[in-house]
Design a binder for this molecule. Sequence first.
Ligand code: G6Q
Length: 545
Amino acid sequence: MAVARLRSLGAWKALERHFAEVRGVHLRALFAGDPGRGERLVAEAAGLYLDYSKQRVTDETLRLLVALAGECGLRERIDALFRGDKINATENRAVLHVALRAPQGRRIFVDGADVVPHVHAVLARMADFAERIRSGAWTGHTGRRIRNVVNVGIGGSDLGPVMAYEALRAFSARDMTFRFVSNVDATDFAEATRDLDPAETLFVVASKTFTTQETMANAHTARAWCLAALRDEAAIARHFAAVSTNAKLVREFGIDVANMFEMWDWVGGRYSMDSAIGLSTMIAIGPARFREMLAGFHAMDEHFRTAPPERNLPVLMGLLAVWYTDFFGAETIAVLPYDQYLKRFPAYLQQLTMESNGKSTTLAGARVDYETGPIYWGEPGTNGQHSFYQLLHQGTKLVPCDFVAFARSHHPLGRHHDLLMANVFAQTEALAFGKTADEVRADGTPDALVPHRVFEGNRPSSTILAEQLTPAILGALVALYEHAVYVQGVVWDVNPFDQWGVELGKQLAGRIVPELESDAEPTLAHDSSTNALIRRYRAQRRPAG
Ligand code: G6Q
């Protein structure tokens, strides 16, 4: 029987001993003992500046974490990723999101065929289509130009597109409306389309498999919505495009394959925002900006592939997550973007991180005997400060934080940006250094209140700072997290690229649907709770009388 081996590695054992020595060391002491720490424990790449000096690490911690990565074979695993090896072993697939942003002329092989020319061919087709929509050269069935684009997809076929659209709104065609329908809850479709004119609306049905229940339900509803107004099957060809690997099902749905943009099984859903799944993004920001975004991804890819571990941003961030998860026992990591445009970034990261590393079986099939993927969560600042930051500062849980901020705002209005940035810096400072009882007393605080107003500090954070949120910077930022997740996966010895954990619920729902839809009272053979819930739903779903 396979056995998880991580805890038996020399570097792991050394980290355990080291942790016992440093767990109580306060960031105040680390900074006091090393005046240059704030300028030393930083790294920079692809326009991103990472300050990790406010993390609870010493030089020795970093050395040992890098040694751990070495013992886990990180170098070879990075090479395997970029080579196109079938590192998604449980699905026997290559994992080549890096090929999606490889410049022309790079050669990356899957099963003996260079995939880069295919990537660029699809990008060129997308660019042509996007330009025609944006310029008005492409018209709807009645001859009106397309003003609304609705992306219909879920999971990896939704979260990337919606996050990127929101992030890059400042670069988007402002005379167009972009909406995203994902949930099988009809409210999502109804609210997204209620004020749209079908004659001016294009649906992009984004589904790698073209079988996903939610997306197919929404796509069929979209079709009916379109036909109810336009009353002609021929309209579908003007109002629907598809992104998929499955031409057969796209054709069967009635979408002209001339409007289908291809992707490949070596692109994982949550790693697909710069494949054709990004078609809505490209229509929003235009092909040139889209290419800038890809260049940002690629710059981070190159950094990840070539930089030494101690200066490698994704390696450092991945290892820090391991340090907190497995040694400090931290269960969550907060991602706190101080930019309103990144409001969907935490949700995007939740899929990227948790669907990737929320695993408990090693590649060889053993049950892990250590903690893996932490829970990622967050909200844009400063809103969170007036809500959950209380727990970050004074709660009993250790929550490492990633702050993300930009030197220049797209909206330099009055004092806003200085106020915003003052808050970022203040939060990282308060978390790290806190406020001692003596300092609280010195403010004149009555004795009884002193314990309530003490901030222990020693709460770790990183700050990621960039000049401005541009397409290239967004690309670099997403690639940073993609690769950090890979680093974690390598150490935890899990496959970050499958998602078997989403299957059981799908299967069971498939069995329950007919039980809900049948007219006759079905014979239910679930547990007593599920049976009772189904019965109650059937009894209550029609309004009385
Ligand atoms: C992501 C997952 C998943 C997937 C959705 C949509 O990595 O595989 O979130 O993206 O289930 O799948 P389709 O694109 O096939 O509809």
